[in-house]
Design a protein around this ligand. Structure first.
Ligand SMILES: Nc1ncnc2c1ncn2[C@@H]1O[C@H](COP(=O)(O)OP(=O)(O)OP(=O)(O)O)[C@@H](O)[C@H]1O
Ligand SMILES: [Mg+2]
Length: 362
């Protein structure tokens, strides 16, 4: 089955909808004269146990939470873009004869896809994109094949439909993240051109470390680490519910031993994750060069001072990444705290940016 992103031509905004184990984030962007504006935003906690380890297990509960976020945000469209996680996606560059295009190319990719996909084709959704002529052979073009089990798409589509929205595009988180990195180019030396920059997104349960060269992702790795570990320590240590622990972490008011005994060790862990990620990246191929800067993103980047600590531990300048830093923001989105969540909005922004793809067909 082809993914549902080949639709009649009509340019309309797409909401970026990031559904994770911990929260549902929704953002609508508009563009004018090359500048983006945040039109609408909302974040809503994911209902308990509705999303388990990246899989949506209760589409109705997730749908209800999306519906609440939609209502609060005041978005102008029902069309949205969602992402599946990298773990659930198979992405492969495959060779195809350079003279194939259009329907012929589509048929050939479909015929050959099963060689590259370790599941029965009837259980798989896939799409592809022409990357360009092969560097090795002028008669060959490289095609990027992306596939996932159809159930991964269906779970998301079911949740989105339960909220009264329509999933117009299914992306892969890592691609959305790459797309969002261009929103942070203003923070990079020379706008990132000809530079090597690392971006680390510390979420609630997953952290994604990526390295950009000339603004293209050349390395990416997901691993299970995130703020949920600190939340659980707070729950255990002070006997708080998950909700209260999560709130106290952001708003303060914890006993004085919190900083030295819980928070500082957690920041140490974050630094160590960055060091290890750098080592894995440097060992992943020849001509890997040390990044010149690290942008620290994701909800955990909001811990005061954390970028400075990480930067000085690993010896690379680090700062908090802010994809909204150059955007105008609607009064409503401001009042809903979009600034507070900005660094955690990479995936949602990357999805919303799909509205402005040159070949957008929505
Ligand atoms: N001000 C803050 N201080 C400390 N931690 C914070 C703060 N704001 C958010 N967090 C933590 O950041 C985490 C959420 O980050 P984020 O929204 O990036 O994760 P996510 O995308 O929902 O999860 P994942 O990517 O792991 O599926 C939570 O653990 C939350 O407690
Ligand atoms: Mg995330």
């Amino acid at each position: 089955m082809k993914l549902p992103n080949f639709l009649p031509s009509r340019r309309k905004p797409l909401l970026g909808l990031d559904i994770t184990t911990s929260s549902i984030k929704l953002i609508e962007l508009s563009e004018s004269g090359g500048e983006y504006r945040v039109e609408a935003f909302a974040a809503e906690p994911t209902p308990h146990n509705a999303v388990n380890d990246k899989a949506i297990v209760d589409a109705n509960a997730v749908g209800e939470a999306i519906r609440r976020a939609v209502k609060r945000s005041g978005v102008s469209t029902k069309d949205c873009a969602v992402a599946i996680s990298g773990d659930n996606a198979i992405t492969k560059s495959i060779p195809m004869p350079a003279n194939l295009a259009g329907n012929d190319l589509e048929q050939q990719v479909e015929l050959q896809a099963d060689q590259y996909i370790p599941f029965p084709m009837e259980e798989v959704s896939f799409d592809f994109e022409v990357l360009g002529p092969s560097e090795r052979d002028p008669d060959v073009q490289d095609i990027l094949l992306v596939a996932t089990r159809t159930e991964n798409v269906e779970q998301r589509v079911a949740a989105v439909n339960a909220a009264g929205l329509v999933a117009r595009l299914v992306d892969v988180e890592a691609f959305a993240l790459e797309n969002a990195c261009k929103l942070m180019s203003y923070q990079m030396p020379d706008g990132g051109v000809d530079h090597t920059i690392a971006v680390i997104d510390f979420g609630a349960s997953t952290t994604t470390f990526s390295v950009l060269r000339d603004m293209h992702v050349i390395y990416t790795r997901d691993f299970p680490f995130g703020g949920q570990q600190l939340t659980e320590e707070i729950m255990r240590t002070y006997g708080l519910s998950m909700e209260d622990a999560g709130r106290a972490k952001k708003e303060g008011g914890l006993p004085s031993n919190y900083q030295p005994e819980l928070l500082e060790p957690f920041i140490d862990d974050m630094s160590q994750q960055v060091s290890r990620s750098l080592q894995f990246y440097l060992a992943s191929g020849s001509n890997r060069t040390q990044p010149e800067q690290i942008l620290i993103c994701g909800g955990c980047a909001n811990i005061p001072g954390v970028s400075d600590v990480i930067g000085s531990r690993v010896g690379i300048p680090a700062e908090k990444g802010d994809p909204l830093g150059k955007m105008r923001i609607s009064t409503k989105a401001k009042s809903l705290g979009v600034h507070r969540d900005a660094t955690a909005l990479l995936v949602a922004c990357g999805l919303a940016l799909r509205s402005f793809d040159d070949n957008a067909k929505y």
